[in-house]
Design a protein around this ligand. Structure first.
Ligand code: BGC
Ligand code: BGC
Length: 660
């Protein structure tokens, strides 16, 4: 125990430890008659079996009793399989049955071929059929990162990344997005998502800044809980309810630059230096809110804290999570994160993580190796039977609460909801609400369609669904190009505007000739520039600078228009260089996703600007990541800043410097 350091203060007293709870479960199952009836898989035979006395299959029986009954029937191998989560590319349905695997996932980009709703539904259905064909017929749980819509599925609606939702500050909107995401996800048979991210990023150089709602724990708590409610809906057993997984517990947003333990990364998977008081004050509250909202699974963080990797930290994963926060669901590990606990010692890593409190292990590929290590550890007594029963009991408990035993197969009739116009409208609304106006010249906005007959548009992000969607879209890292259905800003502008839109990605307007041979100029120009897609540590950035290409685009278009609007497509604040000094309006569109029309809605005045910065906007790269004693320390714009369409500060939050 000494490796976990001294015992610390626990916020609440009188919490029953997990081990005690298991003793109760086990004694309950001893009193249940263990039958050897092999349950079959169809719903009708399930109820027949329930009548015959299979308590765990009886939907009327209390959940605790069902869990206890089932645990009492399971062999050790069946239990170890329940604790195993494998990526679908590394396992076949037959192997799911053979190894009694409890859960399967699609990693980022883990789509079937073809990437269509039907193929997803068939894939998930095949794994489920295999799981149901086993002796006890325990359904598997299929998981996916549906973090801004069902984002691995082509032509699903892609909602703004959480940074944009943070800018809306609107819990009702976020809940509605959670609902729509759940419906599109569940339509393909998937009832479990690895979201929402509840990180409270303190350093925007982090490549996951956009996955979080903002730097303020209160905002993250408010919107995180709303997302959980939306994803799970009113009733966890509904076939459109998707189990939420707040992540990454805990402190992932507090890691320090240069501390990453992963090659090539800087801050992602790094070390959180915050002392316990900070950790509790800034990083824990969103989890309390999410659990109160009903989240029944949580993902551990790749990051490290005082006791080493969080995945091996019993204090955080058990004492704080189960004790202080009274969390009753299961803890899932992150992708191969268990392997990192004791580098080079896989067996030791498995032992330490499971004993720390990981219940379900995202292996994700070499499941035989994992099962051998886990089984060996139980045999050696390094992991107790009681701990295995506790972990399996929690997983089964959630599966039962989700109604998976009664209704395990993908629904037949939801596919037409995927990419529906209703969901696209909702996303468009979210995009409009998320846009933050940082500065504007008087009278420039909204763009007056009648007085503008030619409008110049430039920028590599202006006509690119992939770029405007960012990472975690169709593939893990995301990519530029026509990766999925949607409306680009260029397309939306063309559809909405009576003006002639002259568009060049690089702002090279030399090749366009006017009727009288004069150079092409216009009253208004729009440059859409920003970040290229990235995910996780690959997006850790030491400069937060616009690319040279983008700077050039701004310069080129600047010389041809009276007034220039720059729209930033970005996952986080960027350092505004000299090229911005002469820009008339700056609109931060974040990573809006598939419905670019929302951006045009605010530019054209169809919707008013109302978004506010979820992160402090730093003045220079040197001021990023340092502690601020004042909201304007090292900042150009403070958190919460944003202008209305006519250029007035919303909520009286002023820019940090006069003239910005
Ligand atoms: C997977 C992602 C995962 C990442 C971790 C990728 O290959 O697709 O889901 O997050 O690996 O490094
Ligand atoms: C990420 C998680 C994600 C998992 C599965 C990991 O690399 O850190 O957030 O849920 O991959 O894709």
């Amino acid at each position: 125990m000494s490796r976990f350091g001294p015992r610390r203060y626990l916020g609440r007293s009188g919490v029953v430890s997990g081990a005690t709870a298991v003793v109760v479960l086990l004694s309950a199952c001893n009193t249940t008659t263990a039958t050897t009836v092999v349950p079959a898989n169809t719903p009708s035979s399930v109820s027949a079996a329930a009548v015959a006395g299979d308590r765990y299959l009886d939907p009327q029986a209390p959940v605790d009793e069902r869990v206890a009954d089932l645990l009492g029937r399971m062999s050790l191998d069946e239990k170890l399989g329940q604790m195993t989560l494998v990526e679908k590319g590394s396992i076949s349905p037959d192997q799911v049955a053979e190894y009694h695997i409890g859960a399967v996932l699609s990693g980022g980009g883990g789509s079937p071929r073809p990437n269509t709703p039907l193929a997803w539904r068939e894939m998930v259905g095949a794994y489920q059929t295999a799981a149901l064909s086993t002796r006890l017929g325990i359904p598997m749980l299929y998981g996916v990162d549906a973090i801004h819509g069902h984002n691995n599925l082509r032509d699903a609606v892609i909602f703004p990344h959480n940074v944009g939702l943070g800018a809306t500050g609107d819990p009702e909107l976020v809940e509605a997005i959670g609902r729509a995401t759940a419906i599109e996800t569940a339509a393909t048979g998937i009832r479990w998502t690895y979201s929402p991210v509840l990180a409270v990023p303190q350093d925007v150089r982090w490549g996951r800044t956009y996955e979080a709602f903002g730097e303020d724990p209160e905002l993250v708590s408010l919107l995180g809980a709303a997302m959980v409610r939306g994803l799970q809906g009113e009733n966890l057993t509904a076939d459109t309810s998707v189990l939420a997984t707040p992540k990454h517990f805990v402190g992932d947003g507090g890691t320090a630059w240069g501390t990453s333990t992963s090659a090539g990364y800087q801050i992602d998977q790094g070390v959180t230096l915050a002392p316990e008081t900070d950790l509790r004050a800034n990083h824990l509250p969103p989890y309390e809110a999410a659990f109160e909202a009903g989240a029944l699974s949580v993902m551990a963080s790749y990051s490290s804290w005082e006791n080493g990797k969080v995945h091996g930290d019993r204090f955080l994963l058990t004492e704080v999570l189960r004790g202080d926060l009274s969390f009753g669901g299961f803890v899932v590990s992150d992708w191969a994160a268990v392997d990192q606990v004791l580098p080079g010692d896989y067996y030791g890593s498995v032992v330490q993580s499971i004993n720390a409190g990981i219940d379900l292990v995202m292996v994700p590929s070499e499941f035989e190796l994992f099962l051998t290590a886990l089984g060996g550890a139980v045999e050696q007594g390094d992991i107790t039977q009681a701990r295995v029963d506790e972990a399996v009991g929690r997983i089964l408990d959630v599966k039962i609460r989700m109604g998976l035993f009664e209704s395990p197969m993908p629904p037949e009739d939801l596919i037409n909801q995927i990419g529906s116009s209703e969901h696209r409208e909702l996303a468009r609304q979210a995009v409009a609400e998320s846009a933050v106006l940082l500065k504007t010249s008087p009278g420039l906005l909204p763009i007056d369609k009648d007085s503008t007959d030619t409008l110049l548009l430039a920028g590599t992000a202006a006509n690119d669904i992939g770029i405007q969607s960012g990472g975690w879209t169709i593939s893990w890292q995301g990519s530029s190009g026509e990766i999925t259905e949607g409306t680009t800003i260029y397309e939306a502008l063309t559809a909405a505007s009576g003006a002639d839109i002259v568009f060049d990605r690089f702002g090279r307007f030399d090749s366009f000739t006017t009727l009288d041979g004069s150079p092409l100029v216009a009253p208004i120009g729009i440059a859409v520039v920003g970040e290229r897609p990235y995910a996780e540590g690959r997006g850790d950035s030491g400069s937060l600078a616009l690319s040279e290409t983008d700077v050039e685009v701004i310069r080129r278009i600047r010389s041809r228009v009276d007034q220039l609007i720059v729209v930033l497509i970005t996952g986080r604040p960027l350092i505004l260089g000299e090229e911005f000094a002469d820009v008339d309006a700056i609109v931060v569109a974040w990573l809006p996703g598939s419905e670019g029309t929302g951006i045009v809605d605010v530019l054209s005045g169809l919707q008013a600007f109302g978004g506010r910065l979820p992160y402090t906007w730093p003045k220079s790269i040197d001021s990023v990541g340092s502690i601020r004693s004042d909201p304007c320390d090292g900042a150009t714009y403070p958190v919460g800043y944003g202008l209305s369409t006519d250029g007035l500060a919303l909520d009286d939050t002023n820019a940090c410097e006069v003239g910005q």
